[in-house]
Design a protein around this ligand. Structure first.
Ligand code: ATP
Ligand code: MG
Length: 227
């Protein structure tokens, strides 16, 4: 499989703090999960990949340009209805009003929340906002979707539901790069796992192997503690 994304000696230093350090890897699978403890640099790495942060060393290389979207760990909703939040990105793409409305509603239905269409997004619960954010990103029909802990504030039922949706999005051909703390979720969703600690990649391994026989003691401990 040819890699669709390459990181070459990628580094980010902010205020003298090394947040991401010398990361070189290739992403060629459809579903890559990034694991690691709090503060490991997972969100920062996603932002670097997505081009929201400029690296202080190295490169993010896209062999061919792919349309990307990202869902943030703490999604920001516009002061508008849930539907308008989803429509906004489509509007920026120049999609006409009627098609926009239809696509936005389809996306909201997709995440199981069509009844929230007319609700003020900022009044929605944290979990609802997370799903609206997923709908907002998915509505753009991205080729690559970066998801930063997309189920972090969801209850177990909603979490499984969102996993199912992510699975379907991946089935339909969208490449997923996602962070999570939930090992079960990593097992269910990942093709491969990237394990990060203190801004460094300690492993990049096919998912079965990662859980069966982690290569580093750091990952072994992480797996044991998270269980
Ligand atoms: N601008 C900055 N200046 C200094 N340190 C920063 C800056 N931005 C992030 N950091 C630090 O970099 C580290 C990595 O942060 P990041 O949010 O990427 O971690 P994470 O793996 O996503 O953690 P979590 O699991 O809690 O979401 C943290 O220790 C954070 O405090
Ligand atoms: Mg994070």
């Amino acid at each position: 499989m040819a890699p669709w994304l390459r990181l070459e000696a990628l580094g980010l230093t902010e205020n003298g703090v090394r947040i991401v350090e010398d990361v070189s890897l290739k992403v060629s699978h459809g579903r890559t999960l990034i694991l690691g403890p709090n503060g490991a640099g997972k969100s920062t790495l996603l932002r670097l990949m997505h081009g929201l942060l400029r690296p202080s060393a190295g490169h993010v290389v896209w062999p061919r340009a792919l349309m990307q979207a990202m869902v943030f760990q703490r999604p920001v909703m516009l002061r508008a209805t849930a539907l308008a939040n989803i429509e906004y990105g489509l509007k920026l793409r120049g999609i006409p009003a009627e098609a926009r409305r239809r696509q936005a509603l389809a996306a909201l239905t997709r995440v199981g929340l069509p009844e929230l269409a007319a609700r003020q997004a900022r009044r929605c619960s944290g979990g609802e906002q997370q799903r609206i954010a997923l709908a907002r990103a998915w509505a753009l029909a991205p080729q690559v979707l970066f998801l930063d802990e997309p189920t972090a504030s969801l209850d177990p039922h909603s979490s499984r539901e969102v996993e199912r949706i992510i699975g379907e999005i991946a089935e339909a051909g969208t490449k997923i790069v996602m962070t999570t703390h939930n090992l079960g979720q990593a097992r269910r969703l990942a093709d491969e796992v990237i394990y990060l600690e203190e801004g460094r990649v300690l492993e990049q391994t096919p998912v079965d192997e990662f859980f069966r026989r982690p290569r580093t003691s750091a990952a072994t401990t992480f797996i044991r503690d998270e269980r």
